[in-house]
Ligand binder design. Structure first.
Ligand code: GLN
Length: 474
């Protein structure tokens, strides 16, 4: 049995020409999962309705103008609902919970005829950068199984990187699509806030959460994005097509670089070297490199760790054993709720404590309101920087994948993983991570590109151009 084609588009072309059928691609996907997932542990569940899904894909392929996703094996993160199927956000508090409706992003994939083979592991409620906070299993980095895949969409990133599926959905609140994409050597795209509906996404930080694709190439990610983008009456914050900038062709652009990022003291030497080599290659390819300043960039992580826990603690208040998941018995109603909420893992509890603290009377102004004001200022400084450049480039992470257990005892070290990715969530702007070669240990590194609010299509075009340039350097 052969493996899956290495890109989604190759598979799509083969399907549309009839050279291969959805059942064969699905069989290859399952074969890879069976061979590898005992070790990688990317999937929490492989769905049992694949025959039905294959039949639907065949019907879609036989109809006029099939979507390029018809018949393509994909995976979804375990915080996206699909009616009638289990969904747990990798938490014990949702063990056995069955989704009562379908997330819009998932519905759009199904409608395109994609084959969603299963749901992938993640940090509990998407809180983490290593997938070690899953209550169920530890996903490993396919490039070196003693290392983490990143997180929180670590299962999705590992499944794509290992060739088990041709793409996956993740969610990104502070970097959860881009950081695991970088550490696993795939493309991860966080769209503009609101570009993709959040309906049916288990909420973490509602003003920050975005659903987006992980895929082998930029074009593959764009194919998935095309299927899920767009206004949804079920999400009042979702954007219409006209709120996004129009598509354009790939080509050289003005690339902004922030000095304090490049000179960040925690940046690994290998990352700095790869990044500098990439910038040189951009110049050779006709791009202008422009130094930009983004005041308050340094404070973005502090803003994030106030705003996100505030919103997360509010969102998680609903898990009280009454409406969702298992119920534990305690003494009286309050005792039941306390016992049930004891099912949350340590990291989730930490964030609930942080969140309720920054929202409590007496601290609300000092923390939450101040962070909100700073957020407005950061948004503006991004807008000013984008008057001079088309994209801003940074490394996605300060270093390659770390070892299992290396950061679990030190929450702050784990939070610092998000230092370069969090600003885009705070500002609501689109950002993408694409492979930037490997470090001296042979582990993948990622480059992040950020673009103005709504410039998702131009960003994808630029990223496609830059992907070509970087293939020449690595
Ligand atoms: N790693 C970040 C955190 O722990 C981001 C999580 C995310 O984007 N969901 O909050």
């Amino acid at each position: 049995m052969s493996s899956l084609p290495s890109t989604l588009l190759q598979a799509s072309q083969a399907l549309q020409k009839g050279e291969v059928g959805p059942e064969e691609l699905t069989a290859r996907s399952l074969e890879r999962i069976n061979a590898r997932d005992g070790e990688v542990k990317a999937f929490l569940e492989v769905f049992d309705d694949l025959d039905e899904q294959i039949a639907r894909a065949k019907a879609k392929l036989a109809a006029p103008n099939p979507s390029p996703l018809a018949g393509i094996p994909l995976a979804i993160k375990d915080n996206l609902l699909w009616e009638g199927k289990r969904v747990s956000a990798a938490s014990r508090i949702l063990e056995g919970y069955i989704a009562p409706y379908t997330a819009t992003a998932v519905a759009r994939l199904i409608d395109a005829g994609a084959i969603i083979v299963g749901r992938t592991n993640m940090d509990e409620f998407a809180m983490g950068s290593s997938t070690e906070h899953s209550a169920y299993q530890q996903t490993r980095n396919p490039h070196d199984t003693s290392r983490v895949p990143g997180g929180s969409s670590g299962g999705s990133a590992a499944a794509v990187a290992d060739g088990m599926v041709l793409g996956a959905l993740g969610s990104d609140t502070g970097g959860s699509i881009r950081q695991p994409a970088a550490l696993c050597g795939v493309v991860g795209f966080k769209p503009t806030y609101g570009a993709v509906s959040r309906y049916g996404l288990i909420a973490m930080g509602s003003s920050l959460d975005v659903v987006g694709p992980l895929a082998p190439t930029v074009e593959d990610a764009a194919v998935i994005f095309s299927a899920i983008v767009g206004r949804d009456p079920n999400d009042a914050t979702s954007l219409t097509e006209t709120q996004l900038a129009p598509k354009r062709d790939p080509g050289p652009v003005r690339v902004g670089v922030v000095r304090e990022v490049v000179e960040h003291q925690g940046l690994h030497r290998d990352v700095r070297e790869r990044f500098d080599a990439a910038l040189q290659a951009f110049t050779d390819a006709g791009c202008d490199i422009v130094e930009v300043e983004i005041p308050l960039l340094r404070e973005a992580l502090a803003m994030y760790y106030i705003i996100m826990p505030a919103e997360a603690s509010t969102n998680l208040a609903r898990f009280d054993g009454v409406r969702y998941g298992p119920r534990k018995e305690g003494e009286g109603v309050f005792g039941d709720i306390t016992a049930t909420r004891g099912l949350f893992g340590a990291e989730v509890k930490r964030r609930i404590l942080l969140g309720t603290y920054v929202l409590s009377s007496g601290y609300y102004d000092a923390y939450y309101r101040t962070a909100r004001r700073a957020r407005g200022a950061l948004r503006q400084s991004f807008a000013q920087a984008f008057a001079q450049v088309d994209v801003i480039a940074t490394p996605t992470t300060t270093a390659s994948a770390f070892r299992l257990g290396e950061k679990t005892a030190d929450p702050l070290a784990m939070y610092l993983e998000d230092i370069f990715t969090v600003p885009a969530n705070i500002a609501g702007i689109p950002a993408l991570s694409l492979p930037m070669g490997r470090d001296t240990q042979g582990l993948p590194l990622g480059m992040q590109l950020m673009a103005p609010f709504g410039a998702d299509w131009p960003l994808l075009a630029t990223a496609q151009f830059i992907e070509g340039v970087l293939q020449g350097v690595s």
